[in-house]
Design a protein around this ligand. Structure first.
Ligand code: S3P
Length: 169
């Protein structure tokens, strides 16, 4: 089955630095299907950066906007959607992902994630390695609970990950 025949949106989940955005973009280019990044869409809609939103309305305020955006994107024609790492925190988001789409969980370690993110200051919830490790650990069962497919990204290039994802769609 080719990806351009997607029956429902593909949601990429996983921790910051797992490669959700890059992999969705790569697949979009090679398969001729649109990709969209929840954070980018949200920043355009709100006219503010994620970092500013965290400072102004706090994590709860950000999560409310994120849920709103997710609902909007889930109704569009099937797309490759890269989600923010914390999308699985809200039960209503998990229900929506499971009901509306096919969920690909990209696994990454905190160390590798840190090495992939060029500017950690854009990620208010990625403070330091110790905290990131604990956050990943805490979120693991949530990522697993929504995943239709799991792809381990350690030591792999974006192209290699995208190829693997293609194989599970
Ligand atoms: C977050 C991940 C970020 C962004 C926000 C919060 C998280 O997205 O939504 O900084 O809670 O893990 P990326 O996973 O795309 O970096």
């Amino acid at each position: 089955r080719v990806v351009s025949e997607l029956a429902k949106p593909v949601f990429f989940v996983g921790f910051m630095g797992a490669g959700k955005t890059s992999v969705a973009r790569k697949l979009a280019r090679t398969c001729g299907i649109a990709s969209i990044d929840v954070d980018t869409y949200l920043e355009r809609r709100e006219g503010k950066r994620v970092k500013e939103l965290f400072a102004e309305v706090g994590e709860e305020g950000f999560r409310a906007i994120e849920t709103d955006v997710l609902r909007e994107l889930a109704e569009k024609d099937p797309l490759l959607v890269s989600c923010g790492g914390g999308v699985v925190l809200r039960p209503e988001n998990r229900a929506l992902l499971a009901e509306k789409g096919y969920v690909v969980y990209l696994q990454v370690t905190a160390d590798e994630a840190a090495s992939r993110i060029s500017d950690l200051s854009t990620r208010p919830l990625f403070q330091d390695l110790g905290t990131a490790r604990a956050t990943i650990e805490g979120r693991l069962p949530l990522y697993e609970s929504v995943a239709d497919a799991v792809v381990d990204t350690s030591g792999k290039s974006v192209s290699a990950i995208a190829r693997e994802v293609r194989g599970v769609l």
